[in-house]
Design a protein around this ligand. Structure first.
Ligand SMILES: [Fe+2]
Ligand SMILES: [Fe+2]
Length: 470
């Protein structure tokens, strides 16, 4: 597949051979740039930022690193190459040739999937727009902007699909993606966690750890899609997404590292007074962002999930790991609330697909928590971090609206209210974190509440000039 990097919109989809599509996307480009200027990162637009840019889809050299001003970033359209003879790997159409055009009967469903995924990409840029002002280091500042420009590119990826395969209503949906705003009362983003404010850098690390990781599982499920262009788009997006989760997972680990140091150094072990984030506070931020991100998987029992699977549009994480790909006869044992009591029930497997995907996600999150606990262990700290139970603090699905404690035990409203500030960030926590958010924009320096990373980006040291005045 040939790569066209010099065009107005870099791409490997032979855009210049379809003049109408090319024109439509070139018309969308200034609207996109206007959106970026309005609600993209505040400040820093005239600085040179050390960013990687996608220039191919080859596993060994897909990215170019260099200093670039964010508005000049080359947002491109890149799909993984077409695999000859690819067939649909699950659902009712198992074994049939993968679709290169939208199957008419699934058109609405498919458009909804693409719009929902697409909506999350600009939303996160909006959520993170003010963080540059309080970055703990130039390294972090650069990582923030790397995540932001790539979420912008992911928006491009979804808009390409809408413009190419969905005609007029696809173009209207693409406009809508630039019109909704995270947290806006009248025109909010589609999913809950993408309307939550990301007010500080602890939120940012938690978001890239937990919420981008939901994205990983959604993208893997869509990378299985029988609609081939969607599958190929998502596969390439996953390449970039890995760095976002790295920023989150190592970001939390660096906070934990610094907290452990302060626990030993500080007088009376008072981490807060010593300018750090106490472990209990880190735990509350884990509880918040893990539960918000779990909600993104949708209801535990879901006819939509069953329809998406049956249609061959959205599969399971690495579908090839399963023996049986129709999932018609299987069931999933789940604890369901009935008359305020938890009862074990067997749910038809297809309607439990959201929960199957969430299982993999929770295991992945637990792996990261185990890593943070090894950091504590190495530092000689006995306390441990944990994930709350999956029923804790849910606003979507069968456990929503019912209070559960951190271990998943049912409790009454008074019991919940008494414990709320022990489990979720309190106003006092937020004020403490806010007070720590003093910017460190000096080369090679780091804020006092977080440890420096063990290495820099692309083989460069931590004290590299990741962001500079041009
Ligand atoms: Fe993304
Ligand atoms: Fe991401």
């Amino acid at each position: 597949m040939s790569i066209q990097l010099d065009e107005k919109i870099p791409n490997n989809v032979d855009l210049s051979s379809d003049k109408r599509l090319q024109r439509a996307l070139e018309q969308w480009l200034p609207n996109y740039l206007a959106w970026w200027g309005d609600v993209g990162p505040e400040g820093w637009q005239a600085h040179d930022v050390y960013l990687r840019t996608a220039i191919s889809v080859e596993p060994d050299g897909w990215a170019h690193f260099g200093h670039v001003k964010m508005p000049d970033y080359r947002w491109g359209i890149f799909l993984q190459p077409r695999e000859a003879g690819r067939t649909i790997g699950f659902g009712d159409s198992l074994g049939q040739p993968a679709w290169q055009e939208v199957p008419g009967e699934f058109r609405n469903m498919l458009r909804r999937i693409i719009v929902t995924q697409g909506d999350t990409e600009p939303a996160s840029v909006e959520q993170q727009r003010l963080l540059g002002a309080s970055a703990p280091s130039l390294y972090d500042l650069r990582n923030l902007f790397q995540v932001n420009v790539e979420e912008g590119r992911h928006l491009w990826a979804m808009v390409y699909l809408l413009h190419t395969y969905f005609g007029k209503d696809g173009r209207e949906e693409a406009e809508g993606l630039l019109e909704r705003r995270s947290g806006d009362r009248d025109k909010p983003r589609i999913l809950g966690a993408f309307n939550q404010p990301i007010e500080n850098w602890l939120d940012f690390y938690m978001f890239t750890m937990f919420t981008d990781r939901d994205g990983k599982y959604q993208l893997y499920a869509l990378a299985e899609s029988g609609f081939d262009p969607l599958a190929r788009t998502c596969r390439f997006m996953l390449t970039e997404e890995a760095h976002h989760m790295f920023v989150g997972e190592t970001g939390v680990d660096r906070v934990v590292t610094r907290t452990a140091e302060l626990m030993k150094e500080a007088k009376d072990g008072d981490v807060a007074k010593a300018g750090g984030v106490p472990l209990a506070m880190i735990q509350r931020y884990i509880n918040l962002w893990f539960s918000l991100s779990e909600d993104l998987f949708g209801g535990e029992i879901s006819s939509n999930a069953a329809d998406f699977f049956a249609a061959g549009l959205k599969g399971r994480y690495k579908e090839a790991q399963y023996q049986e790909h129709r999932a018609l006869d299987g069931s999933y044992a789940m604890e369901v609330l009935e008359n305020n009591a938890l009862v074990k029930k067997d749910i038809p497997l297809r309607t439990a697909m959201n929960e199957v995907l969430r299982d993999g996600y929770i295991d992945d999150c637990q792996r990261a928590v185990d890593k943070w606990n090894r950091t504590l262990d190495r530092a000689g700290i006995a306390e441990r971090l944990r994930l709350p139970h999956r029923r804790f603090h849910r606003q979507q699905g069968i456990y929503a609206g019912h209070p559960f404690d951190i271990d998943g035990q049912s409790l009454d409203l008074a019991g919940w209210q008494a414990k709320r500030d022990e489990w979720l960030p309190s106003e006092a926590d937020k004020a403490h974190i806010q007070a720590l958010m003093q910017p460190v924009h000096e080369r090679g320096k780091i804020a006092g509440w977080v440890a420096a990373p063990s290495k820099g980006i692309n083989g460069n040291p931590f004290d590299f000039e990741y962001v500079r005045r041009s």
